[in-house]
Ligand binder design. Structure first.
Ligand SMILES: Cc1cc2nc3c(=O)[nH]c(=O)nc-3n(C[C@H](O)[C@H](O)[C@H](O)COP(=O)(O)O)c2cc1C
Length: 220
């Protein structure tokens, strides 16, 4: 599976099989996390076989089952653009996880933040988590806003790489599926801005990663 297939096939999955992660999957996730942390200065951590964070009223209300593995997205409070960086590097892990047969769900609200077993220093913040495991299902494609609300350009006026980037951005996960972003083409560069909303900085990082991964072009 290549990155574009991973983008197409990834949907949030909240029900997982009662099955531990294969050792190869654990190794791959740890390797990815280490690479992301080295590159970004973040402190992502893989937490395995931990039933408490998703054993809360909100998690049950959110219909999570067997969510016992998660990646805690932690970073220094004073790291510039902390939330956006968590979105960007977290999405890199989400898409790689999809490629090795895992399913995922970004979770900022419906879990027990205080029960999360990650190591969080006094100068650090737990931004959100990504639940992972072998899904009971593959999830389903989210509804999207009309394209003209998300992108200012006419598709026929744009280069192929830009169209592919927009397509991947529209398929990206956003908090409460809010899709509060706007993409434009400035010269030969893509620009993506956030239109605000809860957790929209995390969303922005996720969308930028999807765009870059599919288009092969850096976003401004
Ligand atoms: C930053 C962020 C936070 C999220 N928080 C939650 C959450 O607390 N609970 C939940 O069930 N889903 C959460 N989601 C998943 C979104 O609801 C989901 O990504 C969105 O509805 C789009 O669906 P899709 O991921 O299947 O494409 C979150 C997604 C993002 C990007």
């Amino acid at each position: 599976m290549d990155i574009k297939e991973a983008i197409n096939q990834r949907h949030s999955v909240r029900q997982f099989q009662d099955k531990p992660l294969e050792p190869e999957a654990v190794n791959r996730l740890n390797e990815l996390i280490e690479n992301c942390n080295t590159e970004s200065g973040l402190h992502f951590q893989l937490v395995l076989n931990e039933p408490d964070a998703f054993n809360t009223f909100m998690a049950h209300y959110g219909k999570f089952t067997n969510a016992v593995n998660y990646i805690a997205l932690v970073g220094k409070k004073d790291l510039p653009d902390l939330d956006e960086k968590c979105g960007y590097f977290g999405e890199r892990i989400v898409l790689e996880a999809q490629m090795i047969g895992l399913n995922t769900c970004w979770v900022a609200g419906t879990y027990g933040k205080k029960k999360c077993r990650a190591v969080i220093g006094k100068d650090e913040k737990l931004v959100c988590v990504i639940a992972t495991g072998y899904g009971e299902n593959q999830g389903k494609m989210h509804k999207s806003k009309p394209l003209e609300k998300l992108c200012g350009e006419k598709p026929e006026d744009c280069p192929d790489w830009f169209r592919e980037g927009v397509d991947a951005a529209v398929k990206a996960p956003t908090a409460i599926n809010q899709q509060k972003f706007y993409i434009s083409l400035e010269g030969d560069e893509a620009k993506i801005v956030s239109k605000g909303g809860p957790m929209s900085k995390i969303d922005l990082g996720i969308i930028k990663y999807n765009f870059e991964a599919a288009s092969g072009h850096k976003v401004k």
